[in-house]
Design a binder for this molecule. Structure first.
Ligand SMILES: [Ca+2]
Ligand SMILES: [Ca+2]
Ligand SMILES: [Ca+2]
Length: 455
């Protein structure tokens, strides 16, 4: 019994944690999906699970990734306005099985009771992730579950629908490495985009699955080859590509030598899934500029609802100067489905180790470089023409909070901003047509920290 007690204890701890997380006011409907209350409700649901396990030892299974990490999740999954619970546990013993149980509160207003209404089992031991989407377009969310056998490359997708008191699986154990959900077909229905890496059995491929009303399950409507060089994805984001509403998955991945983003979308007139590779920068350049791929991911940097893709390089190097450390350059781009190329939205010059960056004016592109010096504290902008550096015109420097003395002689640096730990100053160096005005410096400078990325 010890094991079970431990599992129950852990369950309570995680429930408490998740509940405290949920107390933050947020009207996003996804946040309304919650773990059970640690009161009668939780005890009753747990009792149903225990009964269903039939006295066998079991452990709760927690989704390994994604937004929903609880082993028991409450959500209205049949559209009747009240929540059902569904939970994951794995039995111990000779033939261990992982169970997905769906538990609904049934009975009259006076006497309600939580009861098992659906159950699915698999030999696969782990739950990769859980998500929700309305795949059949009836306004009620389906449960999307990824399972895996301790593999980092292969997961199995299951889609469950609970309607009219009946729980059904509407998928056929499709294999995937990563998935994205959303209205890829611009039909008002959600569909599922499965992405697979190159393996011994199968080439790298993306496949779009939609609900097929005739077969009452999801079926593949289109597929496309993906970049076979990609060894893994470190991020997948789904969102709009452009103003026209084309919806895409942006798979940020890594090959042997570089990072790239694959933009995968469904071309509705052609009725064809498309995949285009946007090269994101060499691993060596990420390393030399201290850029971290995990923090520079495809995202909407300017809150216009359209996803930007980061292309990370270095500021241009002076061929005659050796041993200089150049600043990183992140070009945030939109993918243009017509030209099949990218449009740069914003260029950001970064001093990642120093913890600050500067939004670069368009006219600096190709005609200005930036070097990092002074033990990464200083970033200096320098005119640059035909592979050679000219006048340096702007320096940005980081100070510790105690180093900065208001009104003191700071070597000619003026304060940009100061926080609890550090201060940042700027100095105009030489006469140059590029030299910015103070207000431009204040508008363009950003300090990293508090989880901020260089956007
Ligand atoms: Ca319900
Ligand atoms: Ca539905
Ligand atoms: Ca955007």
């Amino acid at each position: 019994m010890k094991f079970k007690e431990f599992a129950v204890g852990l369950f309570a701890v995680i429930m408490t944690f998740l509940l405290s997380g949920c107390s933050v006011a947020n009207l996003d409907s996804k946040d309304l999906m919650r773990p059970p209350k640690p009161t009668g409700e939780k005890a009753q649901i747990q009792h149903v699970i225990e009964q269903n396990a039939g006295g066998q030892k079991y452990t709760f299974k927690y989704p390994q990734s994604g937004e929903y990490r609880s082993a028991v999740i409450l959500n209205d999954i049949n559209g009747d306005g009240t929540e059902e619970a569904f939970g994951f546990y794995r039995t111990k013993g000779e033939n261990p099985q992982t169970h997905l149980v769906i538990i609904d509160e049934v009975g009259t207003e006076e006497e309600k009771q939580w009861e098992l209404v659906g159950e699915f089992t698999t030999a696969l031991p782990e739950v990769t992730e859980v998500d929700f989407a309305d795949i059949n377009g009836d306004g009620v969310m389906e449960i999307i579950v990824g399972w895996n056998a301790n593999s980092t490359v292969t997961n199995v997708l299951s889609v469950y629908s609970y309607i009219n008191g009946e729980c059904r699986q509407i998928s056929s154990e499709e294999i995937y490495y990563d998935f994205a959900l959303g209205d890829f077909t611009q039909s008002g229905f959600d569909s599922i985009l499965l992405m697979n890496l190159n393996t011994a059995e199968k080439g790298a491929q993306a496949s779009l699955y939609c609900y097929n009303d005739k077969e009452k399950k999801i079926t593949m409507i289109s597929s496309v080859l993906m970049d076979s060089e990609v060894a893994r994805f470190y991020n997948v984001t789904a969102g709009k590509v452009d103003e026209t509403g084309v919806y895409a998955a942006f798979a940020d991945g890594i090959t042997g030598i570089r990072y790239n983003t694959q933009v995968i979308y469904f071309d509705v007139p052609k009725f064809q899934l498309e995949c285009h590779v946007v090269p994101g920068g060499l691993i060596s350049e990420y390393e030399s500029t201290n850029m971290k791929a995990s923090t520079v991911i495809s995202q909407d940097i300017n809150s216009d609802g359209i996803i930007e893709i980061p292309i990370c390089t270095k500021m241009p190097a002076d061929t005659a100067s050796q041993g200089l450390e150049y600043a990183g350059l992140i070009s945030w781009c939109n993918y243009n489905t017509e030209s099949e190329d990218v449009d740069v939205i914003r260029n950001v010059v970064t001093n990642n180790k120093g913890g600050f960056y500067y939004i670069m004016p368009d006219q600096w592109q190709g005609t200005v470089t930036a070097i990092i010096s002074d033990d990464t504290k200083t970033m200096t902008f320098i005119e640059y023409r035909n592979g050679e550096m000219g006048n340096s015109f702007l320096a940005l420097r980081k100070y510790s909070a105690s180093e900065w003395i208001d009104g003191g002689d700071m070597d000619g640096y003026s304060l940009i901003l100061k926080n609890e730990t550090c201060a940042f100053g700027y100095k105009i160096l030489n006469e140059s047509s590029y030299a910015p005005k103070e207000q431009e410096v204040l508008n363009s400078f950003r300090a990293m920290g508090s989880g901020e990325t260089a956007v």
